[in-house]
Design a binder for this molecule. Sequence first.
Ligand SMILES: *Cc1c(COP(=O)(O)O)cnc(C)c1O
Length: 388
Amino acid sequence: MEKRFVYADNAATTRISESVLAAMMPALREGYGNPSAVYKLGREASGAVLAARKQAADALGAKVSELYFTSGGSESDNWAIKGAAQLGAAAGKRHIVTTAVEHHAVLESCGALEKQGFEVTYLRPDVYGRVTAEQVAAALREDTCLVSMMLANNEVGTIMPVREAAAVCHERGVLFHTDAVQAVGQIPVDVRELGADMLSLSGHKLHAPKGIGALYIRTGVMLPRFIDGGSQERGRRAGTENVPAVIALGQALTDAVRDIRGRAERLAAMRDRLAEGLLKIPAVTMNGHPTERLSGNLSLSFDAIEGESLLLMLDMRGICASSGSACAAGSTEPSHVLTAMGQSERLAKGSLRLTLGDENTEEDIDYMLAVIPECVARLREMSPLWKG
Ligand SMILES: *Cc1c(COP(=O)(O)O)cnc(C)c1O
């Protein structure tokens, strides 16, 4: 089959869409005013920021005053967790509940708080990567100040019962945060319906540029300011606004909610065809929940191969994908998500994550179905672990 370029790593980042690029371009060229300035050029910039905030709020069912632009998902997670911990500490509450399968921005924020004397409970998921609201309820204590549970997992695509978990927290007067970075633009996300007090999202996961994100903070949640130094973002996050990126995020969110179900169905159909073909390979496991999952996500673990080697081989064939394992100093560590789900280290090391996006085509699927089985077979021929 003729070599082609296939981008199947949309959970890592996405391509900027033409509509987003068109929306942000004028602010990069002539609309360079500082939104805090009094003259027309500045007022136009602040008007554009407000319009983008309105677009973002509308896309999420939030109020304009509840959305705060940040530098991305990691910053939003840090702000929500460390801010809620500060509020908790002031009330003598130093216990946090989260899950073992969160993004590192959540896990390491919690880790930093542990060093400051907070206690963190990491809830273990089932084999599908799901944590239940009952587990959350059972983990709550008198001194719990925050629960942070992701809406959809970035590695295996599993969707968490966030609405139910948030309801449990509200009954007990505990703040609830959700990392919705992977979910926004993939499944309908309405902050009121979810009942979250705080929700993180990131632009570059939904066709806006890198370095822009938002934190939704429900009215009445007195989250402390995150950056000192100015009155931007209602005095809670100082720094001159990244106007082009803010405009991009507003446009990306507007686009993301348009025909969200139709787009998800299209991705699911392509993903299912890909899964069906790749599951014919011997000794392969599909990771994540069979139904409660993001439609563009396919996560597989192949026995007796190294995920990193497979990625390099796929790269030579023009396919961009990712592995659950993070390569640190030459040694590949199996994914914390797959191991928390109970997968053996050996199997987890052979994981492959393919995440489809709006730009993918049926031809991309055909190509991956031709190339991936061949690469797996070649790696196994060379593998001392493979006896098949
Ligand atoms: C990508 C991602 C983040 C981090 O977002 P950045 O904008 O890259 O900082 C956080 N959480 C999840 C679930 C993600 O997938």
